[in-house]
Ligand binder design. Structure first.
Ligand SMILES: [Zn+2]
Length: 212
């Protein structure tokens, strides 16, 4: 093995990417016919170069970064799912779930960490209604419209009675209502709107509320 042919062994990389010219190229191709090691190396290098070329050909569009960041802002992050072990933070949700759901459902959710779908939340009476995402605001405005059509003092009184009596037994709730200690309820009882409601009913016309 001459010094020259030893040098030729080092030219496989340059030959594989077509970087050899002139005498150098002729000499190396002659060498390649007699040297199975270099021939094998050139084959492998050419394959790798072709793969790298393909990889570089699929450049991501410049807008992709913006799209990914934008989506990251809009997509709601879900907490890790799966069974949750007992923690101090579980006791409050446990009591609330038990008050608002049938016991078997509450126990299942607590022990598995499963999340309720919107449809299931509606089935258990946790939400008033479920509508397609695109109709949420329309449905919300319809509901708000129905509430606004009622006498405002009556709405305030109803919310007050609900708030002040929901943790008590029925008889105790009526006692609170009669006690005169519910300001919104008292204001509603003696209001002009209370008289207007009765009058409109007897006159078979829609009431006109003034909020006093
Ligand atoms: Zn060689």
């Amino acid at each position: 093995m001459s010094v020259q042919s030893h040098d030729l062994h080092l030219l496989t990389g340059a030959y594989a990417v077509d970087a050899l010219t002139g005498d150098e190229l002729d000499e190396f191709e002659k060498h390649l016919e007699q040297c199975p090691t270099c021939a094998e190396e050139v084959r492998g290098l050419r394959e790798t170069a072709a793969r790298l070329g393909l990889a570089a050909a699929i450049a991501p569009p410049p807008s992709m970064r913006e799209q990914v960041l934008d989506a990251a802002n809009r997509v709601r992050q879900l907490p890790p799912s799966g069974p949750r072990t007992l923690t101090a933070g579980l006791t409050r949700p446990a009591r609330r779930l038990r008050r608002r759901l049938p016991r078997p459902i509450a126990v299942e959710l607590l022990l598995t960490g499963r999340r309720l779908s919107a449809a299931e939340a509606a089935r258990w009476g946790l939400v008033n209604r479920v509508v397609p995402a695109g109709q949420v605001m329309t449905a919300a405005r319809e509901l708000a419209g129905a509430i606004c059509a009622a006498a405002p003092l009556s709405v305030a009184a109803a919310l007050e009675i609900l708030r002040e009596t929901e943790a008590t037994a029925v008889a105790a709730g009526y006692a609170i209502q009669r006690s005169g200690g519910l300001p919104a309820y008292q204001a509603m009882l003696g209001s002009a709107d209370a008289a207007e409601g009765a009058l409109a009913f007897t006159e078979r016309r829609p009431p006109v509320w003034q909020g006093r």
